[in-house]
Design a protein around this ligand. Structure first.
Ligand code: ASP
Ligand code: MG
Length: 413
């Protein structure tokens, strides 16, 4: 008998039929003798609908009130799932985040979990009851309802699994696991049987949207055994998804690269003719960070004649704001020659822990791109990833040729 935390995402509970189907799946796990804590998201589209509704009433809703409102999506699905289970003869009980309670800080719309009270959950589990917990939500010290940021139900599930020391945390979604790249771009993409937390974290922050980044960080930190799997597979035809592990699998020859991630959501800004002296980087990026704009890659060139060029990337949604700040606050202040911007770029990354022990990954990546005539505009590396910024029109081509060059379309030997 194991204690399993399962999470079902929005599409998995997107209709009454889907909810009844999830209930049957939970019943099968229960009949095998396991204890189950189930976290659910709102029905697909519901959180977006609620946010849009709020904005129709008030263009800039107060975050506290927004949380009171958007948390209702999950309150609906926990009750529906409990009803569906009870109809199958399974004891089930639903809890909102506040009822559990999932204590968070007071950062409305992106709160962090501080602690989870196990008391109610443990006693229900003892009583043979399936415990159903609303994802995405918690409550602060003052009793205010909070939410954990978009996609936050993943984090709810992992945090519960960590608090309860569950044997496994299963994230049920509409794909059957984590892939070597997006199969919509490369049809030959393969499902990975396992991937390390570090790789998953890079994949998630580089644009693979299977799991909320925070949930992966959390799982790595608390060593929660995490598995991504599909809730759409028929009974008897279920596969075991992708296991996200703490340890690298040393029994197998490690592939050098585990996946190719990409992100279209990027924009590049360049400050030209910047005086080459101490303090310039902070004078350029200071006002950007004060405006709460996240900067990703940064490049400063070697100076000539006392000036240099300084480039960085931001999320495409922040491009216009960043450009305005550079034009109005930075350029006149530091005496730069001009500001240039490009919001038709993308980032393509090769990720793999195998890079640590295999030199030459970067040079191979650059050669493969060069052979296709793809110009690299920026490069950044970490111990387990190499990212390049290229023109957006080359995105599909770059991902495809890299996926093939690193042998990801073939099953590992
Ligand atoms: N319902 C929330 C959202 O759409 C939380 C989640 O689904 O994980 O972001
Ligand atoms: Mg999600």
């Amino acid at each position: 008998m194991a204690l399993i935390v399962q999470k079902y995402g929005g599409t998995s509970v997107g209709s009454p039929e889907r909810i009844r189907d999830v209930a049957r799946r939970i019943k099968r796990w229960k009949m095998q003798g396991h204890q189950l804590v189930v976290v659910v998201s709102a029905m697909s589209g519901e959180t977006n609908r609620l946010i849009a509704l709020a904005k129709e009433v008030s263009p800039n809703p107060h975050p506290r009130e927004l949380d009171v409102m958007v948390s209702t999506g999950e309150q609906v699905t926990i009750a529906l799932l409990a009803m569906a289970l009870q109809d199958l003869g399974i004891k089930a009980k639903s809890y909102t985040g506040g009822q559990v309670k999932v204590l968070t800080d007071s950062t409305f719309t992106k709160a962090r979990i501080l602690s989870i009270d196990e008391h109610n959950i443990r006693s229900d589990l003892e009583d043979d009851t399936v415990v159903i917990v609303a994802g995405f939500q918690g409550v602060d010290e003052q009793g205010n309802i909070t939410t954990l940021g978009r996609g936050g139900s993943d984090t709810s599930a992992v945090a519960l699994a960590a608090a309860l020391k569950a044997d496994e945390c299963q994230i049920y979604t509409d794909v059957d696991g984590v892939y070597t790249t997006d199969p919509r771009v490369v049809p030959e993409a393969r499902k990975l049987d396992r991937i390390t937390f570090e790789e998953m974290l890079e994949m998630a922050s580089l644009g693979s949207k299977v799991l909320q980044i925070r949930s992966v960080e959390f799982a790595g930190k608390y060593k929660v055994k995490l598995r991504v799997l599909s809730s759409f597979e028929e009974e008897g035809k279920e596969t075991s998804g992708t296991l996200i592990t703490v340890e690298e699998d040393t029994t197998m020859e490690q592939p050098i690269i585990s996946g190719i991630a990409f992100n279209r959501d990027e924009a590049k800004l360049t400050v030209l003719g910047v005086p080459d002296r101490p303090g310039i980087a902070s004078q350029i990026l200071g006002p950007i960070s004060e405006a709460n704009i996240d900067v990703d890659m940064i490049i400063q060139n070697v100076g000539h004649d006392g000036t240099t060029d300084f480039s960085f990337t931001v999320n495409r949604g922040e491009y216009a704001r960043a450009l305005k700040i550079l034009e109005e606050q930075v350029k006149p202040h530091i005496g730069a020659r001009a500001i240039e911007g490009d919001n038709k770029i993308c980032k393509v990354s090769a990720v793999g822990v195998g890079m640590r022990s295999h030199p030459g990954v970067a040079s191979k990546m650059f050669r493969v791109l060069a052979e296709e005539g793809i110009n690299i505009q920026m490069i950044s590396t970490s111990e387990i990833k190499i990212s390049v910024v290229v023109d957006e029109k080359y995105l599909e081509l770059a991902v495809r040729v890299l996926h093939q060059a690193f042998g990801l379309d073939k099953a590992p030997a």
